[in-house]
Each structure stands twice: as structure tokens, then as C-alpha cells.
Design a protein around this ligand. Structure first.
Ligand code: SF4
Ligand code: SF4
Length: 404
């Protein structure tokens, strides 16, 4: 695609990066078929090719409109289009640039600004989010159904291993997961312990920055990234930990992008790249371990989050592990499509999110599984709100087999 970026952005690092991405797009339209929002809305402007074109127009100097912002807001950032694209267009990076530029030109209505501020300032703070969640759960039955489904019911975490091992890994100090599902981190620590690996959390680490990044607070996201790098660096640099292991695929995709997102920061760029090299999704890490778990047959439907299959390009590893432990993985139609959770998307784009969840639940339930497994807290909570079948993180399922 030919580009003529406007003077105000052409020779900046952002302009150069955007130009490189835009020039790769050949307008073939292959990506349309796999875009969930295009499938539902049938409007080219709500598909990847149309969004790329709108971003190009703005970067070439056309003033952004409120409509441009809405079309970009409706994008799930699922990156399914990236997986489909034969030209290697890095749509995820481009839409980040497009959203940031549009946000500077178009002021949102005050209600939207207030909601986005509230999400940005509360979700990354575990104490605040945890308190709000407890309060929500205590008045669960009077809440509107959409909110009631989100607050869910927590499972007890169970024992946390206290044994030390020579092999150590860092776990992420997640923001929403410990409050929503403390059983996931506890199960992760037990499975790692069973394989002879001690998990530790670095003091001072916290939210990966994805929430702020997706709500256009790029400076806040970068501060989150730098804070994590500062907390992890002494342990990574000295070799005291062999990896940073992440059990929420959304956070994993974000941390694996630190190198790109901090590439223009001379104080952190090199460290960020080293952090990326050290980061493993829990499925990647366990692929190299012998897991002492007892196989037991169960009909399982696995939902691979977009951040796992399209963001981190990890496909088939969890499924292989589950099959080796006796799971009968039932076929799931359109497994490449997003469930509609997509971080804060389920709160900001409720109707599209619900439609996608219904479609996903139909596909997951078609073969009547006993349990639905996934790999990201957002997808798990979102899906559980639409089905009676238990939805769990696959590491919890594996943990139960380790304990039998
Ligand atoms: S598939 Fe890739 S090259 Fe083709 S229109 Fe979509 S983004 Fe552009
Ligand atoms: S990221 Fe997902 S929703 Fe957005 S354009 Fe690509 S396929 Fe469509």
C-alpha cells in the first residue's frame, strides 16, 4: 500500500513504525473472513482492512472523526487478522498507534471518559479491585445480570507450597486474577512445586500494563512495565530465576511485547528484550518438565484465548498436555474466534461482547463437554457468565490430577 504520512508524524519513531506496517498491506481482504466484528456487523469499516484504511487516512492528515473512534473501539484487538494475513501485517501494533492518535483528536463523551478512567484506575490496583469485588459479591443478587456474571464466585485457593527448590521461577503479581480466582495462582504454584520448581513473586511487581495500554493510557502502561522490569531485573540478571512464568495469556502477550513497547526508551530497551526472552506461558514452561499427574478420562472443551493463539502464537501445546493426561478433547467449531471478553471490551462494548459469547458458548457446548478449560482469567469469567458447565483454567484441572 502506498503511503504519504502527514508532516507531523512522518519522521517520528511512531510514524516510521506505522508506515512500515501500512506498506505491507496489499488490500487482499483475506483477513475479513476471520474478523469477529466484521462477521457480526458486515461493515468493511468494522473489519481489519477498513480499520487499517481509516488509520492510514488519519496518519495522512485527514481529521479523525468520532465514527473513526467507534470503528477502532469495536475492534477486539484479538489479532485473528494477524494470524490470517499472508503479508505479515502487524495489525495489533498499528491499531495501538491509530487509537492513540485518534484519542488526541477526538474527545469522548464524558460518560465514556468517566467509565474508562474508573476501569484504568481501579482494575490495576489489587486492593481497590479486591475490595470492590468483595462488596459486589456480598450484594450479588441485587446487581444487574451483566454485572452479577462478572463478579462470579471464588473457589478456595487451597494450600500454597512452602518447600524451597534449587530451580526457581518468577510468577506475575497479577492485578485482577488473585481477587477473581486465587485458585489459579495457587494451582500454578502446586504444579510447579510437583515438578521441582519453586515459584516466587518479586516484591514491587504488579499489573503487566495491559489494562492501561488498552485504555489508551500508554504513559501509565509504560510506567507499569518499567516498575515490573525494576522488580524482576535483579533476579533475572543474576540467574536466580530461570524464567518468568505467566498463567494469564493476556498478561503473557503483554509482557512479551515489552521489548517493542519500550524500544525507544534507552534506559529500559535492552532490559525489556531480556525480560521478553525470559518470559514463558505456563504451557511453554511445562512442555519441558515431567509433570507427575495421574491421567483420568474426562470430556473437555478447550477455548484457546486470542492472546494465546494469535498474540503469543502458542497453538496446540495445552491441548497436547491435556490429551496426555487422559482428557478427551471434544471438537470446537471456530476455535480461532474470540469469545468477546477481550480485556475491558466486555464492559465497554457489551452488545458485541454478549453476541460473541453466545456464539462461543454454542460452539463449546455442541459436543456436551463435562468441563470447559481456558488459559486467561478474562475469558474464564466471561464464559462462565453464559453457561452452567464449569469453566476453569486448565492449570487447575492439571493440579487436581497432580494431587490424586
Ligand atoms: S490480509 Fe493482510 S494484506 Fe490482506 S487486507 Fe488484510 S491486513 Fe492487508
Ligand atoms: S484484531 Fe480482531 S476484531 Fe480487530 S480487526 Fe483484527 S480480527 Fe477484527
Amino acid at each position: 500500500m502506498e503511503t504519504r504520512l502527514a508532516d507531523w508524524i512522518r519522521d517520528t519513531p511512531t510514524g516510521t513504525a506505522a508506515d512500515e506496517i501500512l506498506r505491507k498491506c496489499v488490500h487482499c481482504g483475506f483477513c475479513l473472513a476471520t474478523c469477529p466484528t466484521y462477521q457480526i456487523l458486515g461493515d468493511e469499516l468494522d473489519g481489519p482492512r477498513g480499520r487499517i484504511y481509516q488509520i492510514k487516512q488519519v496518519l495522512e492528515g485527514a481529521p479523525a472523526q468520532r465514527a473513526t473512534q467507534l470503528h477502532l473501539d469495536r475492534c477486539l484487538t484479538c489479532r485473528n487478522c494477524e494470524t490470517t494475513c499472508p503479508s505479515g501485517v502487524q495489525y495489533g501494533h498499528l491499531v495501538d498507534i491509530g487509537r492513540a492518535v485518534v484519542a488526541k483528536q477526538v474527545e469522548r463523551p464524558w460518560r465514556e471518559r468517566a467509565l474508562r478512567w474508573l476501569l484504568r484506575e481501579s482494575l490495576p490496583r489489587p486492593w481497590l479491585f479486591g475490595t470492590a469485588l468483595k462488596l459486589g459479591r456480598s450484594v450479588r443478587w441485587v446487581l444487574p445480570r451483566s454485572v452479577r456474571n462478572k463478579v462470579g464466585v471464588t473457589r478456595p485457593p487451597g494450600p500454597i507450597p512452602s518447600q524451597t527448590h534449587a530451580r526457581k521461577v518468577l510468577l506475575l503479581n497479577n492485578c485482577v486474577q488473585p481477587a477473581m480466582a486465587p485458585s489459579i495462582d495457587a494451582a500454578t504454584a502446586r504444579v510447579l512445586d510437583a515438578t521441582g520448581v519453586q515459584s516466587i513473586i518479586a516484591p514491587g511487581s504488579g499489573c503487566c500494563g495491559a489494562i492501561r495500554q488498552h485504555l489508551d493510557d500508554h504513559d501509565g502502561a509504560r510506567n507499569n512495565m518499567r516498575r515490573n522490569i525494576d522488580a524482576w531485573w535483579p533476579l533475572v540478571e543474576s540467574g536466580q530465576v530461570e524464567a518468568i512464568v505467566i498463567n494469564a495469556s493476556g498478561c503473557g502477550a503483554m509482557v512479551k511485547d515489552y521489548g517493542h513497547l519500550l524500544s525507544d526508551d534507552p534506559a529500559y530497551a535492552t532490559k525489556a528484550n531480556r525480560i521478553v526472552e525470559s518470559t514463558r506461558d505456563i504451557a511453554e514452561f511445562l512442555a519441558g518438565c515431567s509433570v507427575p499427574a495421574a491421567p483420568r478420562a474426562q470430556r473437555v472443551a478447550f477455548h484457546p484465548p486470542c492472546t494465546l493463539q494469535h498474540g503469543q502464537k502458542i497453538r496446540g501445546q495445552v491441548e497436547t498436555l491435556l490429551r496426555s493426561l487422559g482428557a478427551e478433547l471434544v471438537p470446537v467449531r471456530d476455535a480461532h474466534l474470540c469469545c468477546g471478553s477481550a480485556g475491558t471490551y466486555s464492559i465497554l462494548q457489551t452488545e458485541l461482547s454478549q453476541e460473541l459469547r453466545e456464539r462461543k458458548i454454542d460452539a463449546l457446548q455442541e459436543s456436551v463437554p463435562e468441563v470447559i478449560l481456558s488459559a486467561n482469567i478474562g475469558c474464564i469469567a466471561h464464559l462462565q457468565g453464559g453457561t452452567e458447565i464449569p469453566v476453569r483454567h486448565w492449570i487447575e484441572w492439571l493440579d487436581e490430577r497432580c494431587r490424586k
